[in-house]
Design a protein around this ligand. Structure first.
Ligand SMILES: [Zn+2]
Length: 596
């Protein structure tokens, strides 16, 4: 850990290298000039430029070398890009930062279905976590379940063969660390000896009503496997997570985002995490700009203290409010007009916000009327159609204006609804990686016809939706969605899995061009957050948030986009990540300086 920090510091120093001599020019001069690569601005009147100057954390000049070097002064640092490709920093439209952070520091068992992996992961988490912290969660067996299900296995076979952990696998590794892990579907938990002791679960302890303490048939000792109410015996003794641990988790997640070229996130943020963001922001450690989204049912308490969407500063702000119409595809709870193909009789379900007073239409109208932008999860075709109706009626009742309503996910859309996005000015907050993950079973569940409107990014764009891209990092409890905009762009452009399936892409007519995919990760996300004057393109006066790639994304074969590397990430003019090896820059900068 310490070593990698040192390397990082060295690499950052390498990005900030040569100082050039004065030209005698008056007026403010640039802090930094980037030259020697392609600057892809996402601005229609100057899509590509040769050089870029930064001053005070903002874009100071962009254009030809001659135009930009006019702003060079004695303190200007000139950075040689060595052919790299610079674009506006990627903004991710949908993250669950806190959950991702917890998985990074703690334990992630999504792909674990054997004791060797379990042992490795538990040991890793034990070493990373601060002393005294519990190892909790994990979600073991998710990939195993998916693999068996998609291989045609029946549910009962899956259950018979599935991985069965035992505390004996981890007890010796965790003599002082309490552990409570869970299977991905939360039907089974595994506690280690320390956790059982703290919870008072002994050989003699009776099973609680509605729960089971599994016991070894020979010795009668608890195996660590707990179900139902027995889980609560352990949960009750887990202390609240320390603030220190939350900060450590967040630092890892920030590092991951920076490595992936992400400079802004639209996050689903709980109060505890907001405190952590705020703490990191005050210390200058918040290396990603956060647009935090509380839930829609809180509109009146936020409005009561004068908070509107956009409250905060350029590092951390309250964004729109998140609502929910229906469930998700993963467990077939997304709401459809007709039943699922694999579950006749199941149309999916509505969420509490729809069913309970005051009801979602009223929450949408009320929040919008006080300047809090509703951003609502809708996945099945009926959920999307109904939500569009509710947005339409809110516009009618609150009057025309700059509403910027968002449909979050918009996974399956009926043919007639695409144009309504355009008519109502709706933002489609979609996650292209969902497409290449879910497409493996979509047609099994909703059939070929309905799948034509699934993850239909081109139809949404052509229907006039503002297309907004992101990751949903780290995904549901059965899948890991990487917070890698380059993989999102790959997914949108190829509609193929990472190993290139199916040939030509899944419903290839929905593939996007690279330029549109870049806009969906930059300027469109800035617009979705009402920040298009501050972010999302390289224009004089905007924040200097930049992502530097190792090659021209628009000249890259679609299938190769997944191999493009992020060389550096700059937020507000400050490098927050520099790839190992990019420090070769140091020499070329000196040469450039000499040559000029
Ligand atoms: Zn989500």
């Amino acid at each position: 850990m310490r070593n990698s920090l040192v390397l990082m510091a060295v690499a950052m120093a390498a990005l900030v290298v040569a100082t050039m001599t004065v030209t005698g020019r008056k007026g403010p001069t640039a802090d930094m000039i980037l030259v020697g690569g392609t600057i892809y601005t996402v601005e229609p009147d100057l899509p590509r430029a040769r050089a870029l100057a930064i001053r005070g954390g903002r874009i100071f000049a962009v254009g030809s070398e001659k135009q930009v070097f006019k702003h060079q002064g004695p303190g200007t640092v000139v950075t040689e890009l060595d052919g790299a490709f610079v674009l506006p920093g990627f903004i991710d439209n949908h993250t669950h930062f806190e959950y991702a952070a917890q998985l990074l520091l703690g334990i992630n068992l999504l792909d674990c279905s054997d004791s060797r992996t379990l042992v490795e992961r538990v040991a890793g988490a034990r070493d990373r976590l601060p002393a005294g912290a519990w190892i909790v969660g994990g979600d073991w067996g998710a990939y195993e379940e998916w693999a068996m299900g998609s291989a045609g296995g029946r549910a009962d076979e899956v259950r018979a063969e599935r991985f069965k952990p035992h505390r004996s696998m981890i007890d010796s590794l965790t003599p002082e660390t309490p552990v409570l892990l869970n299977r991905w579907d939360r039907t089974e938990y595994l506690a280690n000896a320390v956790a059982l002791r703290l919870a008072g679960i002994t050989r003699a302890a009776p099973d609680p009503v509605g729960g089971n303490i599994e016991r070894d048939p020979d010795t009668g000792e608890p195996t660590g496997i707990l179900t139902g109410a027995a889980i609560d015996l352990v949960r009750e003794v887990i202390p609240p997570k320390s603030f220190e641990q939350r900060v450590l988790e967040s630092r890892l997640a920030l590092q991951r985002l920076a490595e992936n070229g992400v400079t802004g996130i639209h996050d689903i943020t709980r109060d505890e995490q907001m405190r952590v963001f705020s703490y990191l922001r005050d210390r200058g450690e918040l290396t990603v700009r956060v647009y935090a989204r509380p839930t829609l049912d809180r509109w009146s308490s936020l409005a009561a203290v004068g908070i509107r969407s956009g409250f905060g500063d350029e590092h951390l702000k309250i964004g729109g409010l998140k609502g929910f119409v229906d469930g998700i595809m993963g467990n077939s709870s997304a709401r459809f007009r007709r039943p699922y193909d694999h579950q006749p009789g199941n149309n999916g379900s509505w969420r509490t916000m729809v069913l309970e007073p005051p009801g979602l239409p009223e929450l949408i109208r009320a929040a919008d009327s006080v300047g809090l932008t509703p951003q609502v999860h809708a996945i099945g075709d009926l959920a999307v159609d109904t939500l569009l109706d509710w947005f339409e009626s809110a516009i009618e009742r609150n009057g025309p204006g700059d509403h910027r309503f968002r449909v979050i996910h918009a996974q399956v859309v009926e043919e007639d609804d695409f144009k309504r996005f355009g008519q109502l000015g709706i933002i489609a907050e979609v996650q292209p990686y969902h497409a290449i993950d879910d497409m493996r079973w979509m047609e099994e569940r909703i059939g070929h016809e309905r799948s034509k409107g699934a993850y239909a990014f081109r139809s949404l764009m052509e229907g006039g939706a503002i297309l907004s891209f992101g990751s949903d990092w780290p995904g549901t409890n059965a899948s890991w969605y990487p917070a890698q905009p380059l993989l999102g762009i790959y997914a949108a452009v190829t509609r193929q899995t990472l190993d290139g399936q199916p040939e030509g892409g899944w419903f290839p007519e929905q593939r996007l061009d690279v330029g549109s995919a870049i806009r969906a990760y930059t300027i469109n996300n800035a617009y979705a957050a009402r920040e298009e004057d501050e972010k999302g393109s390289i224009r004089v006066g905007k924040l200097a948030d930049l992502t530097i790639l190792d090659r021209d994304l628009l000249a890259t074969e679609p299938g190769e986009i997944k191999n493009v590397r992020v060389l550096a990430t700059i937020v507000g003019g400050q490098p927050v990540y520099v790839a190992p090896g990019f420090d070769g820059l140091a020499d070329s900068v000196t040469e450039t300086a000499r040559a000029r």
